[in-house]
Design a protein around this ligand. Structure first.
Ligand SMILES: NC(=O)c1ccc[n+]([C@@H]2O[C@H](COP(=O)([O-])OP(=O)(O)OC[C@H]3O[C@@H](n4cnc5c(N)ncnc54)[C@H](O)[C@@H]3O)[C@@H](O)[C@H]2O)c1
Length: 412
């Protein structure tokens, strides 16, 4: 008999895994059953969080293969660091091929890997084990993007023609862990870390609901990258103080700003534009996700910092630095926006409902590893364009073997 509940095992117990765990409060047919982390205390903490929130009797694991072997675990949510993707997927697949466990599927966080070549490797691995595979892109599931897109297409586009321009941006003041800043480990700078979200948001907004992904095709990419803040001498020093000596932006910088224009065409040759911007040097109240969709007689706009809830703290309220108002919060006084359920506002809750249902019903999710590969193709083309200072036809040759100069430590 098919299962009615999905047991999830998490690889990784960090920032992102905790967002997923909190979001499961709003998912009625999934339970957290296992957490793997190389750090036993972190695995135990995240398992405690799941039990405290009543989203599953989670057990901490010190081996991925043992977690896969647990009969209560049906699917893996892969939320480890980017540099461990291939080894993490190999361990899952080796366990399955050795006859351990009974997994239905695996869902992987963004980016699918650090390069197109690595993304293809993890995709071939999961296919070789006959696993359903999902690419976790939470921003497509944010209530605002879902509702805005549906209404724009149902009213504006249906009566006056399809939208032609989409913009998306993700901006904050810099990541929370040293490995993100190290382009050799993470895969690049802010472009690999965050442009993946905006690339998918613009493609999704420009695609007619119900139409296949292939109904719009990327044809050219023009991008630039820059280090605007974190290579200034005072910030090189500050970053080393915050992240430790392994992060030296005087010697091995990565970009803290990236923008790209992606030209698409529809099946009948109509041109469409996607503009994406991403930054680790935005100092506002905290993380800001935004998007716009424009067509002949309509437009939509979304900005997570316009949350509908603001608090004011006078200068007498000088408390500890925190992230209790908003992710990547930069201040504790003055007029501050608050996002009450960030895991819902950023799309994790609806995303996890979708992926849970897909795996329970033995269906491929709306986003698969193949889509994750295509996102990587666009990101790597953007790096190529920025390095060469010109527009690049998509897809360029030799994309699979391409490693950005930033990741090779050759970018200044
Ligand atoms: N969707 C989003 O908006 C979003 C947000 C943050 C992070 N992410 C992605 O999620 C992933 C994790 O990011 P994070 O912010 O949680 O990072 P993090 O550093 O906070 O947590 C990483 C976790 O992985 C564990 N880990 C370390 N080495 C490992 C290994 N070899 N194998 C497996 N696990 C290992 C660590 O113990 C830690 O629990 C990254 O791929 C990141 O790009 C996505």
């Amino acid at each position: 008999m098919p299962r009615s509940r999905l047991g999830i095992g998490f690889i990784g117990s960090g920032f992102n895994a905790r967002f997923h765990i909190q979001s499961l409060i709003g998912v009625r047919d999934a339970d957290v059953r296992g957490i793997f982390s190389p750090n036993a205390a972190n695995a135990a903490d995240a398992a405690d969080l799941a039990r405290t929130l009543n989203v599953g009797e989670a057990k901490p694991y010190s081996s991925i293969a043992d977690m896969v072997d647990d009969p209560s675990i049906d699917a893996i949510w892969l939320c480890g660091p980017n540099h461990a993707r291939i080894e993490n997927v190999e361990e899952v697949v080796d366990a399955i091929k050795a006859g351990r466990g009974s997994l239905k599927g695996i869902a992987c966080e963004k980016p699918l890997a650090r390069t197109v070549g690595e993304a293809r490797t993890v995709t071939e691995l999961v296919k070789s084990a006959d696993l359903s595979h999902g690419y976790l892109e939470n921003q497509l599931f944010t209530p605002h993007v879902v509702r805005g897109r549906d209404l724009i297409w149902a009213r504006g586009a249906a009566l006056t023609g399809r939208p032609y321009l989409a913009r998306a941006a993700e901006e904050h003041s810099g990541p929370h862990m040293p490995w993100f800043w190290r382009a050799d480990l993470q895969g690049g700078g802010v472009l690999t870390d965050m442009m993946c979200h905006s690339v998918e948001v613009v493609r999704h907004l420009l695609t007619e609901p119900g139409a296949p992904r292939s109904s719009i095709r990327p044809v050219r990419v023009t991008a630039r990258i820059a280090s605007l803040k974190w290579t200034r001498p005072e910030y090189v020093e500050k970053l080393a103080q915050m992240m430790g000596d392994e992060v030296d932006y005087g010697k091995r910088p990565a970009e803290d700003f990236a923008s790209a224009t992606i030209e698409y065409v529809t099946e009948d040759g109509t041109p469409l534009l996607g503009e994406v911007t991403t930054s680790w040097c935005f100092v506002g109240a905290g993380l800001r996700l935004s998007a716009e969709l424009l067509g002949p007689e309509y437009s939509m706009s979304w900005n997570t910092l316009e949350s509908g809830l603001k608090l004011f703290f006078s200068r007498e309220v000088s408390g500890e630095a925190g992230e209790d108002l908003v992710e990547k919060q930069n201040a504790e006084v003055g007029l501050m926006p608050v996002i009450p359920d960030e895991w819902t506002a950023y799309g994790y809750e609806a995303e996890n409902r979708h992926f849970t249902q897909a795996f329970l019903n033995d269906q491929q999710p709306a986003l698969t590893f193949d889509d994750g590969v295509e996102v990587m193709q666009i990101l790597m083309t953007a790096y190529m364009s920025a390095e060469q200072g010109r527009t690049i036809d998509f897809p360029p040759a030799d994309l699979d073997a391409f490693v950005p100069a930033v990741a090779k430590g050759e970018w200044r």
